[in-house]
Design a protein around this ligand. Structure first.
Ligand SMILES: [Ca+2]
Ligand SMILES: [Ca+2]
Ligand SMILES: [Ca+2]
Length: 379
């Protein structure tokens, strides 16, 4: 028979809680400007109606970078509009998450005081709920060698996430790539298709080794592959690309060491082969050259061909030089049909192979490995 007592004590507890809330609210209502608005570190959950955005007031300091993360829980995505705290006019464009539930909105406060953010569903006219987190932020990687942030680099693929906090932000990531190894990297945007950031690989002195954008496999190349001839750390630069929704954008990168180049790039580092030969040649890296050395007999006819069992129009083309470095044939079409070469003198020749496109329909990824053949077909 203690039910009534239990109810009474519960009622007392609830009343106490209400009083506490009222006192807290009273304390908040003292109208001290510096106490206004949500403080960095605030997080919570809120709802939007189909017609009205939810207006949030945030306490900010001039010159400070802030991050507001909206994660849609029962709506399609988030749309955020920054407004002038006095006039309530929009400041900058509204940002919305498209393919993902989460929107990371960054901005630098122009003045100290209040910032006003309107949150809506990314889908116009949709009601729903979202979670938010408001924090101070800092650029995650410097723009150049000085502020570059190291990332692990090995034959095990390593993935990391970065943010372009400003439309003109550049993030420099430092990678220790062993000499003559091939780095493979790809960075993709999280904000839907065709919104991948631009990538560039440079040496710390600023020398560019190549650029890449992952949009639609960049016309048949699934990632950025660059050989680190000579060694030394490389910097992966990530920046917004033209068609990319630059501001407040999260991206993910994957990097890995694809191992050493299989054949040297110059005659002095050529792989020696003996006729007849069939050699696997990997030409996956940008502008890659693989050089083979072979001894040939004057007046014999040699067939140079790519015996790759692929249906693409790509092949390894051959540039022939003699031992003195004299050019005897540039980018010969050593494709599946093959091309013949008759050496003028007996001696050593160098065959520099490069990936080339011939005739035929090509629909998908560009092949990287080729089966290069040299045979004596003297009649
Ligand atoms: Ca950044
Ligand atoms: Ca190679
Ligand atoms: Ca090579």
């Amino acid at each position: 028979m203690h039910t009534e007592l239990e109810l009474k004590s519960r009622g007392g507890w609830a009343l106490g809680l209400l009083l506490g809330v009222a006192l807290t609210l009273g304390a908040c209502g003292k109208d001290e400007p510096e106490d206004k608005g949500m403080k960095p570190g605030a997080q919570g959950e809120a709802a939007v109606t189909a017609t009205e955005p939810t207006r949030l007031e945030l306490s900010v300091k001039a010159g400070q970078l802030y991050r507001f993360v909206c994660t849609a829980t029962t709506m399609t995505g988030c749309k955020v509009q920054l407004r002038d705290a006095t006039t309530l006019e929009p400041v900058g464009e509204a940002r919305l998450s498209r393919a993902t539930k989460q929107l990371n909105f960054f901005w630098t406060a122009a003045t100290t005081g209040l910032a006003v953010l309107d949150v809506q569903s990314a889908l116009e006219g949709e009601a729903g709920a979202f979670q938010y987190e408001f924090t101070e932020a800092a650029d995650d990687a410097g723009d150049s060698a000085d502020g570059a942030v190291p990332q692990p680099f090995s034959e095990t693929e390593h993935a990391f996430i970065g943010f372009l906090e400003r439309p003109d932000d550049v993030d420099a990531w430092r990678l220790s790539v062993p000499a003559n190894h091939i780095l493979r990297a790809v960075c993709s945007g999280f904000d839907g298709a065709n919104r991948d950031p631009d990538m560039e690989l440079i040496r710390p002195d600023g020398t560019s080794l190549g650029t890449y954008n992952a949009v639609q496999f960049n016309g048949g190349i699934a990632d950025m592959a660059i050989k680190n001839a000579g060694g030394g750390d490389l910097l992966l630069l990530v920046r917004a690309s033209g068609p990319y929704s630059a501001n407040s954008t999260r991206y993910g990168c994957k990097v890995r060491d694809a191992g050493p180049d299989d054949h040297g790039d110059v005659a002095a580092e050529a792989t020696a082969i003996t006729v007849p030969a069939r050699v696997r040649v990997d030409l996956g890296a940008q502008n890659e050259v693989d050089v083979l050395a072979v001894d040939l007999v004057a007046g014999h006819e040699y067939l140079l061909r790519d015996d790759s069992n692929n249906s693409s129009p790509f092949h390894a083309s051959t540039t022939v030089t003699d031992a003195q470095g004299q050019l005897l044939g540039a980018e010969l079409a050593s494709d599946r049909t093959g091309v013949s070469f008759v050496p003028p003198t007996t001696g050593r020749y160098f065959l520099a192979l490069k990936r080339a496109r011939g005739f035929g329909i090509w629909k998908w990824l560009i092949p990287e490995a080729f089966g290069y053949e040299i045979t004596d077909v003297t009649p």
